[in-house]
Write a protein that binds this ligand. Structure first.
Ligand SMILES: Cc1cc2nc3c(=O)[nH]c(=O)nc-3n(C[C@H](O)[C@H](O)[C@H](O)COP(=O)(O)OP(=O)(O)OC[C@H]3O[C@@H](n4cnc5c(N)ncnc54)[C@H](O)[C@@H]3O)c2cc1C
Ligand SMILES: *[C@@H]1O[C@H](CO)[C@@H](O)[C@H](O)[C@H]1NC(C)=O
Ligand SMILES: *[C@@H]1O[C@H](CO)[C@@H](O)[C@H](O)[C@H]1NC(C)=O
Ligand SMILES: *[C@@H]1O[C@H](CO)[C@@H](O)[C@H](O)[C@H]1NC(C)=O
Ligand SMILES: *[C@@H]1O[C@H](CO)[C@@H](O)[C@H](O)[C@H]1NC(C)=O
Ligand SMILES: *[C@@H]1O[C@H](CO)[C@@H](O)[C@H](O)[C@H]1NC(C)=O
Ligand SMILES: CC(=O)N[C@H]1CO[C@H](CO)[C@@H](O)[C@@H]1O
Length: 510
């Protein structure tokens, strides 16, 4: 299907007149072109693409399908192959002024668009759009600049976390960001952001000092906790892409030294004991804010991390007590970059399609085992070539209280130990998409029903791992939804980000 859509676009483009004759009218003697989008650009993304090609300068600024491999290199950035859609063109603005130019032109011409930072969201249509619209790729906004006093860093949304940490860790610093190197900054920061420092510092977006945002009218504003855009600042701690395009995140830095790093694999026969150990860790070990764990894959692979060089950490006694395991690497003291080296290689892209969903429950070992069994039952129905991955994320009560201490967010989190699930299915054959979707729905329905039946269900849905039709914003509670709506009404009164944005966790869907 993709190929025939592409050739349709190619054919359409080949009959268009040249760009310059359409759009550049010079104003007096100044070199700057005044852009006059043709009135008949309305509803015609290819026409708007021509206007954009004239407006943005430099390499790869506007790429058409007819640009061949250059275009496909940028189309293919998405993590899930199901998200590689053939946009009419891809624009790569180089700075916030160019993002502003793009927004103004999209609005004037009424052209549909999608915003993409790292492309790791795996819902087709969120960070991607087909030939009915334009993909605004923020990849070129990829700088990481440490402040003079090194207390904060300004980070472009187009960065991958690996590049951010490569700059900061040699300075003895980290920011509260992603756990896996190739993941994008822009989307992760909007959804909250789960790091190895959540117990100690809260979510990634609880640690933002300021946001630079391009609003619907093209103005570029900086929002902080106490300037005149403090409501926008607060709104962005939950309201995601409902208000504007974030062009920079200024994050607080924290000192970092060596970590205790222990990557282990327990036998699948021990899964029940292993999941109970996770629950026990949440009860006791996780109270130590220097500790964190990451479950790596279905079954019992785990990363035990301690933010200090130690021989062993009492926080992990529930795991030490489990007995036999296979070391993935023997425990060592290493740098934060060593952790990324361990996790980064786990995730294949290429032609792999990915889809997953989320749900939340209060920490409870027996519940975890029952849910794992449901997942195993359901993925037994997957078609050939597909497989499932089950990842509970243990969240400490302090994630909610730290968020409050850092000014508060709009997620409506309860201060109790809890599990945020992230499970996903990978496959390659696109004819299996509907089957996978159906099985995914069943997994979420059955797991949610089981947590409700036991009275341990929590309403919160983690945006960063949520599925297409999950009611993420409503899971934050009515008062927080009202705040998000009021913020959107104030900063986007003509509803550009509702009417022209392709998809997302948008208030138009509530
Ligand atoms: C292998 C892997 C590991 C992961 N690890 C973690 C983890 O450790 N912690 C965690 O919290 N999450 C994690 N995630 C989930 C991740 O946070 C989401 O996939 C997130 O969407 C990725 O951000 P991105 O910039 O790559 O996404 P994109 O797909 O580019 O964007 C996601 C959404 O945000 C919107 N958006 C992006 N940038 C902007 C912007 N600047 N302004 C306005 N809207 C924007 C997009 O339109 C889209 O709707 C992981 C995902 C994968 C696949
Ligand atoms: C333009 O894109 C190509 C990939 O097709 C890449 O090799 C090149 O480095 C890009 N140029 C810039 C300035 O990003
Ligand atoms: C940042 O983006 C520019 C322009 O797209 C590219 O040339 C450069 O290689 C990127 N830097 C990193 C660290 O990815
Ligand atoms: C797991 O259990 C099965 C069935 O009880 C047994 O055959 C197998 O040897 C066990 N494997 C390990 C690694 O203990
Ligand atoms: C890490 O360093 C500490 C302090 O030097 C040391 O006591 C400990 O044995 C080291 N841990 C490992 C796993 O090597
Ligand atoms: C998916 O579910 C829908 C609705 O229940 C059903 O009509 C359809 O046949 C299912 N498709 C597949 C491939 O399982
Ligand atoms: C960033 C990334 O993973 N790009 C890959 C996308 O998929 C194509 C094939 O479909 C690969 O060639 C790219 O390397």
């Amino acid at each position: 299907m993709t190929i025939s859509l592409r050739s349709t676009v190619l054919t359409a483009l080949s009959v268009l007149p040249t760009v310059q004759s359409l759009v550049q009218i010079r104003a007096g003697n100044t070199a700057a072109p005044v852009l006059r989008p043709r009135a008949d650009c309305a509803g015609d993304p290819a026409c708007t693409c021509d206007v954009l090609r004239a407006a943005l300068t430099g390499d790869n600024a506007t790429l058409f399908p007819s640009d061949g491999p250059k275009y496909t290199d940028f189309e293919d950035e998405n993590y899930s192959a199901a998200c590689r859609l053939p946009a009419a063109c891809i624009v790569n603005p180089k700075n916030s002024q160019e993002v502003s130019t793009v927004v103004k032109l999209l609005v004037e011409s009424g052209t549909k668009f999608a915003i993409r930072s790292g492309g790791h969201n795996y819902i087709p249509g969120f960070g991607s759009i087909d030939e009915e619209g334009i993909l605004v790729s923020l990849e070129a906004l990829n700088s990481t600049v440490l402040s003079g006093d090194k207390k904060t860093a300004k980070i472009g949304p187009g960065n991958r976390w690996q590049d951010v940490y490569d700059v900061l860790v040699p300075e003895g610093l980290i920011v509260v960001g992603g756990r896996v190197g190739p993941v994008g900054v822009g989307g992760l920061m909007l959804g909250g952001g789960l790091s190895y420092f959540a117990t100690d510092h809260g979510l990634a977006f609880d640690n933002v000092k300021s946001y630079e945002v391009v609003l619907a009218d093209g103005t570029i504003v900086t929002a902080t906790a106490d300037n005149s855009y403090s409501d926008l600042y607060k709104g962005l701690r939950g309201g995601a892409s409902n208000f504007g395009i974030v062009t920079s995140y200024e994050l607080y830095t924290y000192p970092v030294g060596e970590f205790y790093i222990d990557a282990r694999s327990y036998s699948l026969n021990q899964t029940s004991d292993f999941l109970h150990a996770v629950a026990e860790y949440q009860e006791k070990g996780q109270l130590d804010p220097l500790s964190s764990i990451q479950l790596v894959e279905t079954g019992s692979n785990i990363l035990l991390l301690y933010n200090k060089p130690v021989q062993q950490a009492d926080a992990f006694s529930a795991f030490y007590d489990l007995g036999t395991y296979t070391p993935i690497v023997p425990a060592f003291n290493g740098s934060f970059l060593d952790i990324l080296a361990l996790t980064g290689a786990q995730f294949a892209t290429g032609d792999v399609r990915t889809y997953g969903e989320t749900f939340t429950h209060e920490a409870d070992g027996d519940m975890m085992v029952a849910l794992y069994d449901i997942f195993q039952e359901e993925i037994a129905n997957l078609p050939a070539g597909a497989s499932g991955v089950w990842v509970p994320n243990p969240i400490a009560a302090s994630v909610a209280t730290k968020g409050k201490q850092h000014g508060g967010n709009l997620l409506g989190l309860e201060a109790v130990p809890q599990q945020w699930y992230e499970w996903f299915i990978t496959w390659t054959d696109s004819t299996q998409d509907t089957t996978i979707w159906n099985i995914s729905q069943k997994i979420t329905q059955r797991c949610t029903a089981a947590t409700k039946a036991k009275g341990v269900s929590l309403p919160y849905l983690f945006m960063n791992t949520a599925g297409k039709e999950q009611d993420v914003l409503n899971s934050y509670g009515a008062a927080n939804v009202a705040t998000i709506k009021a913020t959107a009404a104030k900063y986007d009164p003509i509803q550009v980000f509702q009417k022209l944005q392709n998809d997302g966790f948008l208030i138009r869907k509530l």
